[in-house]
Design a protein around this ligand. Structure first.
Ligand code: NAD
Length: 271
């Protein structure tokens, strides 16, 4: 029997087949789970509906896919609509993945000290507050033994130059994971995050992962970069019963990079 047999839930944050959310969803679908997906709303004048099409290219043809609906996490009304749809389709849900982040390139490209007020508010709203908003809207349909997982990055724990305003968002997200774990614990809902090493995705390339990939290869104890599938498996683990008893946790899937206190084997190359 698959790990997700009889389990139902929501996957927020697939943009295309390179998205981390899709890597996690694939594991869940292969494990027998049923999923509702969201996509970023298309602009009214986009007749080709590019956002929806990119996601449906992934989800089409999979038995466990129950719906694909637009979601902009900046709208409480839209979040409520998605939860109403999930309630109608599933009654209760057993897992919810939040794999969403955004910052304006103008702010990401600047030194942190020059971040604009509006850019900061938007990045925090989409990348950190949205986890709180989504968890609050979902709490009444979460089953008494269910799990929420978010995606984070080490740049929220330590300064990773280039990650800039998004690092501050991830620090807020990491704290939200812990506070939400406390709030939702009595309802039997667990809240965790996967802290992934760099992966080439739409958001990842925008946040400068291309340069980080080489560094991780040199510095991480495993001496290589992680794969989409590795993050997929760990995300699915946190959303499954296999991780019962784990909450408020930031699970690093980064080849061990975060454990290093020196450049490690990279030092040999600097000699
Ligand atoms: P991605 O671009 O595939 O996913 C980001 C998603 O956020 C997209 O689906 C996008 O539509 C969604 N999004 C943006 N603004 C939104 C809004 N207003 N409403 C609803 N959805 C919105 O890139 P990804 O790398 O898969 O990113 C997923 C998560 O993983 C993010 O939280 C990211 O910070 C995190 N992460 C990525 C890496 C990496 O190296 N790629 C590493 C660690 C953590």
């Amino acid at each position: 029997m698959g790990l997700f047999e009889g389990k139902k839930g929501l996957i927020l944050g697939v943009a295309n087949d390179r998205s981390i959310a899709w890597a996690i969803a694939k594991e869940i679908l292969e494990g027998g789970g049923e999923c509702g997906f969201t996509h970023l709303p298309d602009k009214p004048d986009d007749e080709k509906k590019k956002n929806r099409r990119r996601v449906s290219k992934c989800t089409d043809g999979h038995d466990g896919v129950r719906f694909l609906t637009p979601l902009n996490v900046q709208s409480d009304e839209n979040i409520a609509e998605v939860m109403a749809l999930a309630k109608k389709e599933f009654g209760q849900i057993d897992f919810l993945l939040h794999s969403i982040a955004f910052a304006d390139m103008n702010d990401l490209g600047r030194d942190t000290i020059e971040t604009s007020r509006e850019g900061f508010k938007m990045a925090m709203d989409i990348s950190a507050f949205s986890l709180i908003a989504v968890a609050n809207a979902a709490k009444d349909i979460m089953s008494p033994k269910s799990s929420i997982a978010a995606m984070t990055y080490f740049g929220g724990e330590k300064c990773v130059p280039g990650y800039n305003v998004m690092g501050i968002c991830k620090a807020a997200l990491d704290a939200a994971v812990k506070y939400l774990a406390f709030d939702l614990g009595p309802k039997g809902v667990r809240v965790n995050a996967v802290s992934a090493g760099p992966l080439k995705t739409l958001a990842g390339v925008g946040a400068g992962v291309s340069e980080m990939l080489h560094l991780y290869e040199q510095m991480a104890p495993l001496g290589r970069n992680i794969t989409h599938q590795e993050v997929g498996k760990s995300g699915a683990f946190l959303l499954s019963d296999m991780s019962d008893g784990i909450t408020g946790e930031i699970l690093h899937v980064d080849g061990g990079y975060n454990a290093m206190g020196s450049p490690g084997r990279l030092l040999d190359k600097l000699k």
